[in-house]
Design a protein around this ligand. Structure first.
Ligand code: ZN
Length: 310
């Protein structure tokens, strides 16, 4: 019985999910250098997101198809529950042979429920996992796209920065699940969004912060030189620390993570795409931070980054 209700609430949640609408941008970037097949390609910074949108809409249509199937099964189940409820009301009204009617109702209800449980069990375990996994991906894609396109998102490091897409890079301590934003030692660190900031000591990264937005988005930054003066509620753009090389860092940088809500912490995605869009005072990795070659910087194309969801 409990299992049925768990399943029911999961699928109801699925059915309530709004369709993700991702409109492909019509304006193509001025210059695009395509790699082979599907490999990451280069776009100019202002380029819009045709690559994401085409991939995302494929996934969305697959998910919608699955959701439709589930919705049909659910509609059936809802009708059954309604009939049980009506019968139960009848029982309440029946002051005569209450016990007899009640037993009959319970028996009937059990039969119907077992029948429907079997029906739901027929959705294979792999399909259930598929639906769950895709619901998460679909929500993540939605949040990533919104964050990339947000006008209010602030680059977490002040002044000139440099970084590359190091998501999933093999490191001595394991797989890298963030972006390393290299900047000037002591540069201000900004809250990228409004939220609640908490400072703490991380055994690996040293001074660290976590920032949680009210929609559940979770940010983590580490290797700080100093904690910010403000903790608790902060606004986007508030100074929440200074950049350093604390913990196991080999040079001044902010190890920055993004875990989209509503799942938040533990649901890490590649933050490169977001930094790529919003950290505009950026130079190529091979240039020193205090470079003066504005022309070279102007011409440089940054890789678009890895949008990993399958
Ligand atoms: Zn890192």
């Amino acid at each position: 019985m409990v299992k049925i209700f768990c399943l029911l609430s999961f699928f109801s949640f699925l059915a309530l999910l709004p369709a993700t609408h991702l409109n492909a941008q019509e304006n193509q970037p001025a210059f695009v250098e395509l790699g082979e097949n599907d490999s990451p390609f280069l776009l100019e910074r202002e380029a819009t997101l045709p690559f994401f949108t085409s991939k995302a809409s494929t996934v969305v249509s697959i998910i919608q198809d699955r959701i439709e199937k589930t919705t049909i099964a659910l509609t059936d189940l809802a009708t059954t529950f309604e009939s049980i409820r009506l019968r139960q009301e009848k029982v309440k009204r029946s002051l005569g042979d209450v016990t007899g009617v009640l037993l009959e109702q319970i028996e009937d209800a059990e039969k119907i429920l077992i029948g429907h449980a079997e029906k739901l069990e027929n959705i294979e375990e792999t399909d259930k996992k598929y639906l769950q996994e895709n619901k998460k991906k679909s929500t993540n894609i939605d949040v990533i796209m919104k964050t990339i396109n947000s006008d209010n998102w602030i680059c977490p490091v002040a002044k000139t920065v440099k970084f590359y897409d190091s998501w999933n890079e093999q490191r001595p301590r394991g797989i890298h699940r963030g972006v390393d934003i290299v900047g000037f030692h002591g540069a201000d660190l900004y809250a990228p969004v409004d939220g609640e900031v908490v400072f703490f000591w991380d055994s690996v990264g040293g001074r660290s912060y976590k920032l949680t937005n009210e929609n559940g988005d979770y940010y983590f930054g580490t290797h700080l030189y100093k904690f910010g003066k403000k903790s608790g509620k902060v606004k986007a753009g508030d100074v929440i620390g200074q950049l350093g090389a604390g913990g196991n860092a080999t040079g001044p940088h902010l190890h920055f993570e993004f875990h989209p809500g509503p799942l938040g912490r533990g649901n890490g995605v590649n933050p490169y795409l977001i930094a790529n869009r919003h950290c505009v005072d950026r130079i190529p990795m091979e240039m020193p931070l205090n470079h003066t070659d504005a022309e070279k910087r102007e011409k440089y194309l940054f890789p678009y980054g890895n949008f990993e969801w399958d």
